[in-house]
Design a binder for this molecule. Structure first.
Ligand code: 2PG
Ligand code: MG
Length: 423
């Protein structure tokens, strides 16, 4: 029995926001199967690979995925039928060629990625190893420090916060399991502090609280207080990370905090704000501090703070080797956020990671704000060896599924499992 692909079966499921997405089941001739579900972003970069939606307003407000589903079940299945499930790069090359567009607009990046991930899972099953081992190949798997988004704002919550993500980073823990405990205990302490102060403890899209807090400073103060209340040390044990997702409040060449009260900043003023925040609070990482077209803003920040801060590009690079190369050549940042569905195949995502490694840059494997119970990114993050994952808060099971999978991987790796701070 060979590992030739016998069938691909896609169907529509719902993501964590209740919108349709794809689940793909790949079955090989030898009977092994692999199943994968595709995530979906809300604050998407303009140059991301195309997520194909039906546009039929009578179903799910136009967000149906019947076309993408039928592309897997017909066109893609026809072409991949009989092809070996490994190596992955050959499978993905077939998918890319079959689509034939720059941004996967013909078949849809959701159809292509669902297939790519499902085939990888089936191939891992056929070789009898866990997904992270299969994806790691010859390289050494490494556990990841989590970035946990405990306060949600921006496009992920209907509150007063313009910044999208306030994260805690339990990088000083001795193991992943302990890091998860640090994170959960801080999250619970934060719940108590918010409740006592009369703020809402309802959560946003990524499971972090979404209160109507007054300022960015107040938000950071509360998180630091929560870390202390949990009996942990802000900084060496649990640090902070921000994802302002500044494209979402960029207006022409200015930045407008419309949710908190219409304050306007120039790119240089915004840089000053980040600098002040990073000097006041134990912040180790700032992602998308500037809009996706403000390369100069990123460059200035990296030049002035890159030696002490991780400066991460997300919307700026959309996991696309073309933009990452430009970033490396111009020293725009010193790290990249990596999302499989921004580029659309497992192989191209690995290429993006490889580019970061070659440049000596850090990289963080990330979820999307619209997620499913799929835990592919946990295995992927461990396999890629970058030591960082961003997978949301300590509530909502589509987020916890990723962390729980990492617990399983840590057990599987045994005493050899390395948990080390990248900071
Ligand atoms: C981000 C992501 C994930 P979205 O900006 O980093 O947190 O959000 O999936 O909405 O793009
Ligand atoms: Mg981001």
């Amino acid at each position: 029995m060979t590992t030739a692909i016998r069938s691909l079966n896609a169907f529509g499921i719902l993501d964590s926001r209740g919108y349709p997405t794809l689940r793909v089941v790949a079955t090989l001739d030898n009977g092994c199967t692999g199943t994968a579900s595709v995530p979906s972003g809300a604050s998407t970069g303009r140059h991301e690979a195309l997520e194909l939606r039906d546009g039929d307003s009578s179903r799910y407000g136009g967000k149906g995925v019947r076309k993408a589903v039928s592309h897997v079940n017909q066109i893609i299945q026809d072409h991949l039928h009989g092809q070996a499930a490994a190596p992955q790069d050959a499978v993905d090359a077939t998918l890319v060629a079959l689509d034939g567009t720059e941004n996967k607009a013909r078949l849809g990046a959701n159809a292509i990625l669902g297939t790519s991930m499902a085939v990888a899972r089936a191939a891992a099953a056929a070789s009898g190893v866990p997904l992270y081992r299969y994806l790691a190949g010859a390289s050494v798997p490494r556990l990841t420090v989590p970035m946990m988004n405990v306060i949600n704002g921006g496009r992920h919550a209907q509150n007063s916060l313009d910044f999208q993500e306030f994260m805690i980073v339990p990088h000083g823990a001795p193991s992943f399991a302990e890091a998860l405990r640090y994170g959960a205990e801080t999250f619970h302490a934060l719940h108590e502090l918010l409740h006592k102060a009369g703020y809402s403890t309802a959560v946003g899209d990524e499971g972090g609280f979404a209160p109507n807090l007054g300022t960015i400073e107040e938000t950071c103060e509360l998180i630091v207080a929560a870390i202390r209340k949990a009996g942990l040390r802000p900084g060496p044990e649990v640090a902070l990370a921000l994802d302002p997702a500044a494209s979402s409040f960029a207006k022409d060449d200015k930045y407008v905090f419309a949710k908190s009260g219409n304050m306007t900043f120039s790119s240089a003023e915004l840089l000053d704000l980040y600098d002040r925040l990073a000097r006041t609070y134990p912040i180790v990482s700032i992602e998308d501090g500037f809009g996706e077209d403000d390369w100069e803003g990123f460059r200035r920040q990296t030049a002035s703070c890159g030696d002490r801060l991780q400066i991460v590009g997300d919307d700026l690079y959309v996991t696309n080797p073309r933009f990452i190369r430009k970033g490396i050549e111009s020293s725009a940042t010193n790290a990249v956020l990596i999302k499989l569905n921004q580029i659309g195949t497992v192989t191209e995502t690995i290429q993006a990671v490889q580019m970061c490694r070659d440049a000596g840059w850090r990289y963080i494997i990330s979820h999307r704000s619209g997620e499913t119970e799929d835990t592919f990114i946990s295995d992927f993050a461990v396999a890629m060896g970058g030591g960082q994952i961003k997978a949301g808060s300590l509530s909502r099971s589509e987020r916890l599924a990723k962390y729980n999978r990492l617990l399983g991987i840590e057990r599987d790796l045994g005493p050899g499992a390395a948990y080390a701070s990248p900071f």
